[in-house]
Design a protein around this ligand. Structure first.
Ligand SMILES: [Mg+2]
Ligand SMILES: [Zn+2]
Length: 196
């Protein structure tokens, strides 16, 4: 069934939670407005929700994989309080000029590369043409487009700053909007038109 093959990929910092630049302490996790409402609407419409995040702080030596996992446990707990369970969380710990040798590589999974999205698509048997990427940076948009998804820029997090730069963009989002709830409305409308 088509509905099983659809997912919305979400950037983490600045899209789901407040972007505090390399946020790692679970007590600093703060959900953005409208995120729970947006996720709920997507799940009611049979979209899987999969988090796709760059966490180069691991390669830079700011924190460990274990700490990232702890932060994600906190995120799952907070979302659960709002009745939401995300289907997957994928993150890239790499950065080519990092300090921690094993992660200091030029990988294919750091956005704007589409590696994490492609991996999730494989794991969940998704039809990427029916999937969407939502993020607050143009590199999120780019990763989604490279993977064959429609991409949305949200103006939470760093989104407004990104928008100021739009004359320099080489790729463009399919849609730009204020928050995840409005993105969810657009996704549902767009995928309905795609299906009829
Ligand atoms: Mg972000
Ligand atoms: Zn990577």
């Amino acid at each position: 069934m088509i509905r099983n093959k659809r997912a919305v990929f979400l950037d983490r910092d600045g899209t789901i939670n407040e972007d505090l630049d390399y946020v790692i302490d679970p007590s600093h996790f703060k959900l953005l407005d409208k995120v729970l409402d947006g996720m709920r609407l997507l799940q009611q419409n049979y979209f899987k929700i999969i988090v796709i995040s760059n966490q180069s702080g691991v390669s830079r030596g700011y924190f460990t994989i274990h700490q990232v996992d702890n932060f994600h446990r906190k995120m799952r707990d907070e979302l659960k309080k709002g009745g939401i369970e995300v289907d997957g969380i994928y993150f890239c710990p790499h950065y080519k000029n990092g300090k921690v040798k094993e992660y200091a590589i030029d990988c294919l999974c750091r956005k704007p590369n589409p590696g994490l999205i492609l991996q999730a698509a494989n794991d969940f048997q998704l039809d990427l043409k029916r999937c969407f990427m939502v993020g607050d940076k143009i590199l999120d948009v780019e990763a989604g487009i490279k993977a064959g998804c429609k991409s949305i820029l949200v103006l939470t997090g760093k989104g407004k700053e990104e928008l100021k730069n739009r004359k320099a963009w080489e790729i463009h989002p399919h849609y730009i909007t204020r928050d995840l709830l409005d993105a969810a409305y657009w996704i549902i409308k767009t995928s309905y038109n795609q299906d009829v």
